[in-house]
Each structure stands twice: as C-alpha cells, then as structure tokens.
Design a protein around this ligand. Structure first.
Ligand SMILES: CC(C)(COP(=O)(O)OP(=O)(O)OC[C@H]1O[C@@H](n2cnc3c(N)ncnc32)[C@H](O)[C@@H]1OP(=O)(O)O)[C@@H](O)C(=O)NCCC(=O)NCCS
Length: 290
C-alpha cells in the first residue's frame, strides 16, 4: 500500500492481547473434524471375525464408489449406473483375505471405523510380495493421512515387494509414501519386467486375471495409458479423475491416463529403513532390478 504523506501517524495500543490461531487451511471441501483418538489395529486373516468383516463390508458399500454409466451393460444388471458398489463379508473373506497369508488393518477415529486395508502375501523366486487387495477410507475422514497410516501398518520387514491396483491416484500416492518412495524413486523398469511374473501366480483371482495395459508393457499402446491394468471393473471414475487433475497441477503423474474399466498399477521394491538399498534385493534371484 502506498503510504500517505499527509495523514498523521498514530499508534494504537491494544490492552487486551488478541490471540489468533494459525492453522493449515483445510483443502477444498474438507470439513474440520476431531481426529483426537486414532487407533490402528492389525489382524492376521485367521483372527478376523465375521463381525469385523460385516463392519468392513458396510464401510466399503457406503464409501467406495458407484457404478459407471456402462457397468450394467458390460458387467450385468447388478451394476446399475449410479448405485453403490457393494461387497459382502463372504466375498471380502474369500476373495480379498485368503486364509493364512493375509492381513487386515483397520483404523478407528473416536471409536468409529474410519478406514481399512486388506493385504495378501505370496512368494515369487524367494521374494515376498505384499499386495494391497483393498483400501477404503470413510468419506468423512479422507485427506487426513489415514490411507498412508493404514498402509504403513501393513509394512513389514519381511516384505520385498509391494503391489497395488487402484483407479484412485490418492491410493497410489498413499502407497508411495507408506512404502518409502516417491515417483522419483519408483522403477518403472522393474514394473515392466516383473509385473507379469508377480501377478500370474497371485492367490487373489482379480490380481491374477488383470490384464496389463499401457505403453510401459506394450510400446504399441498409444491411448495414453502408461501403467494400467484392465480389470473390467466399471466403477464410476468421476472422483478419481478429479483427484488426478488436482494431482497433475502439482506434479508429473507418470502412470498415464485412466480409462473406464481400468486401474493404475504400482509395484514397488521395499526400502528397508535400517539397511542400504542394495541389501534389500538378495542376489541370485531373478526378481532383482537391472
Ligand atoms: C483412495 C483413498 C483410500 C485415500 O484415502 P485418504 O485417507 O484420503 O488418503 P491420504 O489422506 O492418506 O492421502 C494420500 C495422498 O493422496 C493425496 N490425496 C488424497 N485424496 C486426494 C484427492 N481427492 N485429490 C488429490 N490428492 C488426494 C493426499 O494429499 C496424500 O498425498 P501426499 O502424501 O503427497 O500429501 C480414499 O480416497 C478412498 O477410500 N477412496 C475410495 C476408494 C478407493 O478408490 N480405494 C482405492 C482402491 S485400492
């Protein structure tokens, strides 16, 4: 502001101290919420009760998303456009939590289930793959780091490789952060080379059946996909596309476009906190970076 030469200068003393709290501005559409008591719990698949899965099923069915415009036509009448995607507790157990090799992590905020993550482990060439088979955070608790927290809890020293397929860029960003990466440290070459051999022996049917798509896996693929899978899952993409546009405002997004019926795929080599990077990849196995 241009100072006036004519105006008399005066100083006002305020006797009552005025206190103003400076807090980070909430992101667009984000309400303020009391996140006081956050509790993370981890269970092996065999400790997960039907009651817990009932709650997880409700969380998913109320918060995951809605079917896309062409879902009914391509998947069956059950997938009516605009209606909520649902998952029963039986499907959660049978398809997302294979017995003996899976984990369930949940987070509650002030006693309410706010999010959960399912993961399944298997071996390829002596290396342990940990695949995030499902991740969902309650709408009211999003963008507060809960997805990162859930995946952080899934992180185990014995895991060598982490995998995730998701249409939501935030799920990919959460995985990067939780597993000690950024897009600068992700090896697309590693994904290109080993995605197929890792996925084809997965005990999780939808991972095994997913078709790798994008220029990373097929140089002739020119429709904008880079690291994608065709899962034939026609969930509405309005929300993830909005998130993608927002993410692209602040960073290079290396996984390419998102098409209907497709999801992004991310495969990360575990980064040990206490050991050097090279010691995390045992020599003599074929799943090592070149
Ligand atoms: C994807 C999902 C699990 C993210 O949960 P969340 O608790 O909001 O995620 P976090 O707060 O931990 O955020 C993780 C990262 O994504 C970013 N992010 C979260 N939501 C975002 C959005 N809508 N737009 C842009 N970025 C977003 C965060 O800023 C953070 O990035 P940063 O670490 O670089 O700051 C949640 O949106 C969700 O349940 N979506 C519906 C279900 C789904 O798509 N699940 C994935 C299937 S595997």
């Amino acid at each position: 502001m241009k100072p006036s030469t004519q105006a008399q200068r005066s100083v006002t003393f305020i006797l009552q101290p005025q206190i103003q709290t400076i807090a980070p501005r909430p992101r667009r559409g984000r309400s303020t919420l009391n996140m006081e008591k956050k509790v993370y719990e981890t269970f092996n698949s065999d400790e997960v009760t039907d009651e817990m899965l009932e709650e997880a099923s409700k969380l998913f069915s109320e918060n995951y998303g809605v079917w896309g415009e062409h879902a009914a036509q391509l998947m069956g009448k059950f997938a009516k456009a605009g209606s909520r995607v649902r998952l029963s507790k039986e499907r959660l157990r049978n398809e997302y939590l294979p017995s003996g090799i899976s984990s369930y992590v949940r987070v509650s905020v002030n006693g309410h289930l706010a999010g959960n993550a399912f993961s399944c482990r298997w071996s390829v060439d002596g290396r342990t793959i940990c695949w995030i088979t499902q991740l969902v955070v309650h709408r009211a608790y999003r963008e507060r780091g809960l997805a990162v927290g859930l995946l952080n809890e899934t992180r185990l020293d014995g895991n060598d490789i982490y995998g995730l397929m998701s249409s939501h860029p935030a799920a990919c960003l959460a995985a990067l952060k939780a597993f000690g990466h950024s897009f600068n440290t992700v090896s697309l070459e590693f994904m290109k080379k080993y995605a197929e051999s890792i996925m084809k022996v997965s005990p999780v049917t939808y991972v095994r059946d997913a078709k790798l798509r994008g220029s990373l896996f097929d140089s002739k693929d020119t429709n904008g996909l880079v690291s994608s899978v065709d899962t034939g899952f026609f969930v509405d993409h309005e929300e993830p596309l909005e998130a993608l546009a927002l993410v692209r405002e602040s960073m290079e997004w290396p996984l390419g476009e998102l098409l209907d019926g497709h999801e992004f795929i991310l495969i990360l080599q575990a980064r040990r906190r206490s050991r050097s990077r090279s010691s995390s990849a045992p020599s003599g196995t074929s799943l090592t970076e070149t």
